[in-house]
Design a protein around this ligand. Sequence first.
Ligand code: NAD
Length: 235
Amino acid sequence: MLSGKVAVVTGAASGIGAAVVERFLHEGARVLAVDLTGQSLDRADLLAVEGDVADAETWRRIADMARTEFGRLDVLHSNASTVVRAPAHELSEDAWDRQLSVNLKATFLAVSACIGMLRESRGAVVLTSSVHAVVGIPWHPAYAAAKGGLVSLGRQLAVEYGPEVRVNTVLPGPILTPVWDGIGEEDRQRSVAATAAGRFGRPEEVAAAVTFLACAESSYVTGATLLVDGGWTAM
Ligand code: NAD
């Protein structure tokens, strides 16, 4: 599905990003895997990039590496995120700013740095938003604002860069990744019960949707959102 393509995946060391890397490699892509310094990305079959996606310098480096190592870029999956759980009045301004930077501004920086190559290859951008973009869930004010912003940004980028580049956004529901590690059993069960599927999703199930949106199978899909939420928003 991605044979001969070059892809950037952010948040690649864990959870959904790691599953996307695995699936992209399986589909024949060459992958630049981006994560924070110190996260484990030490493997021979990909190009690891250590850096903060909220920093413009990281994106200059990623674009340079794609150009010099591969001479092209076909797919950008903007997926890294950070979350601080607190009601709005208890959230520090720094925590607000950091979440907006990593979860929303990073996509602006990514597209700014990579759009030239993506246009040349008639490439695809896939953003990872969340059901938080469309339903209110307590204690996520900055995270939800950023994820809602991503849906608007994805639509906007699709309009601005069509017909050369397609841009789509996935909205995962509860997916069993390390982000759930610190969350108690009661909250986990409440989230699972909020889905029609009655279970957590697996990172591979989101990776399948991302792969569809990244490859030519979705050639007439752009500016779209795809819920991968086990029916959370249908309940
Ligand atoms: P995860 O915590 O398992 O992985 C996130 C990765 O992003 C980590 O490896 C982390 O080091 C990296 N990262 C964080 N900040 C970064 C930065 N500034 N620069 C570079 N890398 C950074 O999380 P996940 O559950 O796999 O989430 C992946 C995406 O899916 C996120 O956008 C998240 O908001 C979204 N999502 C997850 C769920 C869920 O239930 N897991 C639900 C909805 C949406």
